[in-house]
Ligand binder design. Sequence first.
Ligand SMILES: [Zn+2]
Length: 200
Amino acid sequence: MKVLLYKIGREITSSIKLIEQFQEINKTNTKIKVKIDYDTPDAGYYYDSEPNNLYVNPSHCNFNVDCISIGYTESRHILSTIIHEFAHLLDHKYEILYKYEIFTEQYGNCLINDYCETNLFEEIAELIVLYITNPYLLYVISIKHYNFFKQLFKSPTSCGPKTFIKIRKKWDDEIKQECCDRWGINVENDTIQIIEKKKG
Ligand SMILES: [Zn+2]
């Protein structure tokens, strides 16, 4: 396991910046500390008993060797992991689970990846990651779920097609193809094409 320190540093810095932007526009003032822990078996974790700490284990995150997929529905990058743990913090602080339980009774779940199937906590966290990193994609996948999070928080990322196209440009071809096959969203000549809209 050989990891490049500057890459870890860069992604941690980007994630902290994104969290700061989130906190600024939502006027949430939670002190957070990102801590690196190489001993955890998971990519990251959050303990309710340590409400200000977000833990990440870079050796279990995908970066460098894997596809660029930040802002896609499946991403295990350091940035996505830290935002995921931050989402648990938001859930804990603002009791989202309770509201989401009521919401899903009426509108159902939005399983954007396998990890969402673990439990409702993880589904909320994964949806918040997408809402924060690429809200337009969540909007296209399920407007209802997008609106659920929108009435709770503002996303630091613009929910416009232009921003989506910009994010998508950074993805590897594999991810672009998967996004097209799975969610029916493609881009041709800087124009979004919705091929087949899947239910959220
Ligand atoms: Zn989690």
